[in-house]
Design a protein around this ligand. Structure first.
Ligand SMILES: NC(=O)c1ccc[n+]([C@@H]2O[C@H](COP(=O)([O-])OP(=O)(O)OC[C@H]3O[C@@H](n4cnc5c(N)ncnc54)[C@H](OP(=O)(O)O)[C@@H]3O)[C@@H](O)[C@H]2O)c1
Length: 270
C-alpha cells in the first residue's frame, strides 16, 4: 500500500522521503517509482520503528536536512505476530504500531508546525474493535493474545489522533485516523491457518493496494479536511469508530503512559 502512496505523491511532484527498515526492498521500490513517475525527488532513509534509537536517528536527519514537512503518514504496521518485544522492551505490536509512531511524531512536530498547514495521518483499522487499552498490562506480559494486542495498538492509533487534534488546535497541524479497508498486502504474514482460510473466502471482496491507499491519500490532500481534525475515515469519508475510540479520558491516560514509557515530556503546547 505504501508504494502506491509514494507513487501518488511522486506524481504530484512532491519531494518524498521513504522511511524504511529494509533498505534493499526500499531500493527496489524506489527504482520502480522513479521510473514510473519520472519524479527524481525521492529519497530513502533508514527507519526501524521497533527501536527508539533508530527513530531518534531518523528524526534528527530529517530535522537537519529538510526545510519543510507537510504530510507525515504513519503507515507502518505489523499484525498478530507471535509474542516478542522491541529493542526497548515494549510488546511488538503496541511498540511499533503505536509507540514508534508516537515518538516519531513527537520528534518531528516542530518541523510540522513550522511547515503548517501540515497533516498527520495515522493508519488505524476497523480492528480497533478487537482490543481495549489495558493500562496495567500494556505490554501484555500477563496475558498475550495476538489478535487483541493488534486491536489494542489500532485503538491506540485512533486515541492518539484524537489527542493530537486537541493538543495541536490552532497550530495549523491537523490529524486523521484511517481504516484503509481489507487490503491484499503482506500484513497477513503472521495469520494462523484458520484465518488464512477465512482470508481466501473473503479475498474477492477485498481491496487492491491501489484501492486501499485511497483513504490515506484523501486525508493527505482533500482541501475540505483543512478545517477537520481528529476524525476517523474509511472509504474516503468520515466514519464511525467505537465508543472506546472516542473516550477522552482514556486518550489522555494513553498519552501520559506513552510519554512515560518513551521518557519524553510532551504536553502538546511545545
Ligand atoms: N492490509 C489491510 O487489510 C489493513 C487493514 C486495516 C489496517 N491496515 C493498516 O495499514 C497499514 C499498512 O499495512 P499494509 O496492509 O500495507 O501491510 P504490509 O504490506 O505488511 O506493510 C506494512 C509496512 O510496515 C513496515 N514495517 C513493519 N514493521 C516495521 C518497523 N519495525 N519499522 C519500519 N517499518 C516497519 C513493513 O516493512 P517491511 O516491508 O520491511 O516488512 C511494511 O512496509 C498498517 O498500519 C496496518 O495496520 C491494513
Amino acid at each position: 500500500m505504501i508504494k502506491v502512496m509514494f507513487f501518488w505523491s511522486c506524481s504530484t511532484g512532491a519531494r518524498i522521503i521513504m522511511a524504511c527498515r529494509d533498505l534493499e526492498k526500499a531500493e527496489r521500490a524506489h527504482k520502480e517509482i522513479m521510473v514510473d513517475s519520472g519524479n527524481q525527488k525521492i529519497v530513502i532513509k533508514k527507519l526501524n520503528l521497533s527501536d527508539t534509537k533508530s527513530i531518534r536517528e531518523f528524526a534528527e536527519v530529517i530535522s537537519n536536512e529538510e526545510r519543510a514537512l507537510h504530510i507525515l503518514i504513519n503507515n507502518a504496521g505489523i499484525m498478530m505476530c507471535p509474542y516478542s518485544k522491541t529493542a526497548d522492551g515494549f510488546e511488538m505490536q503496541f511498540g511499533v504500531n503505536h509507540l514508534g509512531h508516537f515518538l516519531l511524531t513527537f520528534l518531528l512536530i516542530d518541523l510540522l508546525k513550522r511547515s503548517a498547514p501540515s497533516r498527520i495521518i495515522n493508519l488505524s483499522s476497523m480492528a480497533h474493535r478487537w482490543g481495549t487499552i489495558t493500562l496495567d498490562d500494556i505490554n501484555s506480559e500477563r496475558n498475550y493474545h495476538s489478535r487483541r494486542a493488534y486491536g489494542q495498538s489500532k485503538l491506540a492509533n485512533i486515541l492518539f489522533t484524537h489527542s493530537l487534534a486537541k493538543k495541536l488546535k490552532d497550530t495549523g497541524v491537523t490529524a486523521y485516523a484511517v481504516h484503509p479497508g481489507i487490503v491484499r498486502t503482506e500484513l497477513k504474514r503472521h495469520m494462523n491457518i484458520g484465518l488464512l482460510i477465512m482470508w481466501k473466502v473473503v479475498r474477492p471482496f477485498t481491496k487492491t493496494p491501489v484501492q486501499g491507499a485511497q483513504t490515506t491519500i484523501y486525508c493527505a490532500v482533500q482541501p475540505e479536511l483543512d478545517t477537520e481534525s481528529g476524525g476517523y475515515y474509511s472509504n474516503c469519508r468520515a466514519s464511525r469508530c467505537t465508543r472506546a475510540a472516542r473516550d477522552d479520558e482514556m486518550a489522555e491516560k494513553l498519552w501520559e503512559l506513552s510519554c512515560k514509557m518513551l521518557g519524553i515530556l510532551w504536553d502538546g503546547a511545545q
